[in-house]
Write a protein that binds this ligand. Structure first.
Ligand code: ATP
Ligand code: MG
Length: 387
């Protein structure tokens, strides 16, 4: 029996005149993702996206792939059949055989977008519902709380039979809201932040600050693994690795200890903004969460955010660690994030960091450094890895 996916669009359909652009982006994202699974025909008709895998393509893998593509609100895995009421009945019996045996309460739902089909939706429900009731003694029709929704969609070319909608990933198609640069560390929070903004339709590039030999080659590989996992949702991503050792040493040698982290983070924001602008990215994304550490108080974020002029998105700002961990488990970054390699933030950590810094004092302390020269040298050493 031939199986396809019918994908229902989420917020995409609300977008008025932009709708075409959203739909074509979603289709392009789906095609790119499905390429890795096998040959599939993907097209849109009557506000539904059809995914028709070629013979031999593993349908479970197709479903898994589609589950990560933002903009898909619901997924129906359906059997294709001729537009004939007997063929539909036959397909219901064979395709949904296991479900029909294992449940008690059922309901039939029908949609007829082909108005030439001789039965309207109500008549399809009555006919198939009545036949099911007759054939299976254990089945009880339940309109309000069914365990199984026997669904029949009579569409343009064929009829489709399925067991109801599964929720899709939701969100908006990656790329429809522009591009941003994700500050990606090896921790738990920043991969989650990247995932959340990809879900809101942002394409991502990533920036990682690397302090060799204070942080090891293995720590960098860990960050690459995390970035790769984020690409399962965000799609293709360039990762820019910025050499950060000289800057950290200069801060250590020339600035007051309680400001180390703040000044370091100001460099991160400046450098990330430079890379973002070059990459035509309009915002930065960080994994900061209010009050989580000294550098994430309101005053500290004021001091660190002050050096950049593009918006900084902090999607986990209002979340507890436990909530962030839950998402990181869901997107499968948690186990990698907790691998025990050091991050450049943990090198030269002050014993008593300022939690309520004054911007002018930090600016004053920074005057001991040649900020522009340090930035230029760091940018000259940037390495780009495309995932
Ligand atoms: P995470 O759990 O994501 O590592 P964190 O709890 O370690 O964050 P901080 O070290 O204060 O918190 O970093 C806050 C944010 O700054 C991170 O979420 C990330 O966006 C960015 N960041 C920190 N270190 C780096 C780094 N080495 N390279 C790129 N971005 C970084
Ligand atoms: Mg954190």
């Amino acid at each position: 029996m031939k199986e396809v996916l019918l994908l229902k669009l989420g917020e995409v359909v609300l977008k008025g005149l932009n709708r075409r652009r959203f739909e074509s982006r979603l289709i392009a994202n789906l095609r790119r993702r499905l390429n890795k699974v096998g040959k599939c025909n993907v097209y849109i008709m009557q506000s539904t996206i059809y995914v028709e895998p070629a013979d031999g393509v593993d349908m479970d893998e197709v479903v898994d792939a589609v589950h990560n593509v933002f903009g898909v609100a619901a997924i129906c895995r359906a059997a294709v059949c001729e537009k004939d009421i007997d063929a539909i009945w036959e397909t219901v019996n064979t395709y949904l055989a296991d479900e029909l045996e294992s449940v008690e309460r059922f309901k039939v739902e029908a949609k007829r977008s082909d108005k030439k089909f001789p039965y309207n939706s109500i008549q399809i429900c009555q006919k198939i519902g009545g036949d099911l009731d007759d054939k299976y003694e254990h089945l009880i029709p339940d309109m309000h709380n069914p365990e199984l929704r026997v669904t029949i969609e009579v569409r343009d070319k064929f009829a489709y039979v399925h067991a109801g909608k599964m929720p899709g990933p939701g969100g908006m198609p990656v790329g429809t809201n522009g591009k941003a640069a994700l500050l990606l560390s090896g921790g738990i929070d920043s991969p989650v932040a990247g995932y959340m903004m990809a879900k809101r339709g942002l394409e991502l590039c990533a920036v990682h600050f690397f302090s060799y030999p204070y942080t090891s080659e293995r720590a960098k590989e860990k960050v690459m693994q995390l970035a790769e996992k984020v690409t399962h949702y965000s799609g293709r991503m360039d990762v820019f690795v910025v050499p950060f050792t000289e800057i950290q040493e200069a801060i250590r040698d020339n600035c007051p200890e309680e400001m180390f982290t703040l000044i370091m983070r100001r460099f991160m924001m400046r450098l990330a903004e430079k890379i973002a602008t070059e990459q035509e990215a309009g915002a930065l994304v960080t994994g900061e969460s209010l009050g989580q550490v000294a550098s994430q108080t309101m005053e500290a974020m004021n001091v660190t955010g002050a050096v950049c002029s593009i918006p900084v998105f902090r999607p986990v700002i209002g979340m507890d660690k436990e909530e962030i961990v839950q998402i990181s488990r869901k997107i499968d970054t948690f186990e990698t994030s907790i691998l025990p390699y050091e991050d450049c933030c943990t090198v030269f950590t002050p014993k008593h960091p300022l939690t309520r810094p004054k911007k002018y004092k930090v600016e004053q302390a920074e005057r001991a450094l040649d900020v522009n020269a340090l930035m230029e040298r760091a940018l000259a050493g940037v390495e780009c890895i495309t995932l």
